[in-house]
Design a protein around this ligand. Sequence first.
Ligand code: PMV
Length: 323
Amino acid sequence: MVKAFAPGKCILFGEHAVVYGHPAVAVAIDSGVEVELTESDSWTIEGMPFHSEKHPHISHILNDVFEYGGRPLKIAIESGLFSAAGLGSSAALSNAMGAAVLRMMDANAELDSIKLARIGHAAEAKAQFGRASPTDTATSALGGCVVVSGEQVEGTEHIFDATLHTPEGERKWSVCQVDLPSDLDAWLVLGFTGIGSPTGEMVAGVAKLLEEDPSKHQEMDSIAMITQAGLTALGAGNLEGVGMAMDACHEKLQNIGVSSPELDALVEAVRPHSIGAKLTGAGGGGCMVALTKFPQRVAEAIEVAGGTPLISRLGADGVRILS
Ligand code: PMV
């Protein structure tokens, strides 16, 4: 039996602008997805017969990547993430599955997080018709704080380049990491609206808005500037600066139409107890995130306002084998 875990992620700055080559900053969160593989007499997943066409990520990893030819597997999955909420649950599943299969096939295999990030990205792309940024898979595999951009951002450490052949041509990203100060005295509290976040639809909506009103490109440039300021503040442990950048980022995301009344309500509800707050991910639904020194109070405020809270440290460890 092999058990592996990979964390989810939260985008602190740069969502949507990253689609246009600007940087995005994401951190791994404490919650994630656990995959347990046990050799068995028949292929099952979650106690049901396993049909590969229903699980494109998993079958890609088993068949295309590892060419698994061993005994049938009983696949058990446990997720601590809200799904379709912008927390990278499918990337975490791909990474945990990749790590578990690797260890199942070779008990002495070293976990290479860059290799797993690449495998996870390819699995995501396969499941999403060729379109997937490496943000979720890289953050979940590497852990900590990850910066994904068209080109390397100053003050970050370059980890690897990711390329993908998409229906629109080849796309390339630089995946970098930033060391977070170890003594950051603050927590992230995510608040789920209970409504799914349709990433593809939201990205398409922004593209339409920019086409109809090119002056909105200024909002993207502003998000890029805020992202840089937030990243500098984060690296220096300047929590007030990070919070100000989060608040400013939320306003810009509202201006490009990706917030929602539910997200705005949760953001407003946490402000009295937070250093900064914003929607996170594609928007339209999904989650908001607050930076705070009072995580329990923020969690209560989210609950009172109708959301579901999830408390995390900033920058958890990446993919790992549990047993
Ligand atoms: O899927 P989400 O909610 O984590 O959002 C992804 C971030 C976007 O910038 C909106 C899309 C992308 O591909 O980077």
